[in-house]
Design a protein around this ligand. Structure first.
Ligand SMILES: [Zn+2]
Length: 186
């Protein structure tokens, strides 16, 4: 059994197909040329101005900078499927805090997350299909709030981080654009 996802239909495919024959990456490269044309070097260094790291799901409907009123240079954004606090997220947070001066952590999951419909069967089916067991866990979850709490707990208990006093978790509602804060496990 293949576990490949069905292809979504773009809503404005006519607009996006301005370069027939070009791939999506070709369109991105062209967009970058236009971006660079008006870009001016803001002269910042690599340390985020707001001293905050945001860990969020990779979901295409979540525009972190718009949703949180962030400007270029304000924050680190660390994203993966689910916004799960994996070892690699801890790696990034550790570098963010120890080398680049951030001290607050914001965790964002969201409604309608693709991981809500998955189970660890995904991993087993993958192994059946390709003949190799992935070294990573899917980290699927059924309870959004519970998973945000677990993510907060993983950050707060990490021995590698310098700052674990300002760690807050939220669920972003993809229908309303609003964040709902999740109280940590007491
Ligand atoms: Zn998601």
């Amino acid at each position: 059994m293949s576990i490949a996802a069905p292809q979504p239909q773009p809503q404005n495919s006519a607009d996006r197909d301005a370069h027939p024959g070009g791939t999506v990456t070709d369109r991105l490269v062209e967009a970058n040329r236009q971006y660079a044309h008006t870009f001016t070097d803001p002269g910042m260094d690599a340390r985020p101005v707001q001293r905050v790291a945001v860990v969020a799901c990779m979901d295409a409907r979540l525009d972190l900078h718009q949703a949180l009123g962030l400007e270029l240079g304000d924050c680190h954004t660390i994203r993966n499927a689910g916004g799960v606090v994996t070892d690699d997220v801890i790696r990034s947070l550790t570098i963010s805090q120890r080398a680049l001066g951030t001290r607050s952590v914001v965790l964002i999951h969201h409604t309608g997350c693709g991981l809500l419909n998955l189970t660890e069967d995904f991993r087993h089916d993958l192994e059946d299909e390709v003949g190799q067991r992935p070294s990573w866990a899917v980290e699927a979850f059924k309870d959004l709030d519970g998973d945000v709490r677990q993510s907060m707990q993983r950050v707060r208990t990490s021995p590698f981080l310098l700052h674990t006093d300002d760690v807050r978790g939220f669920v972003f509602d993809v229908k309303t654009g609003l964040l709902r804060e999740i109280e940590p496990r007491s």
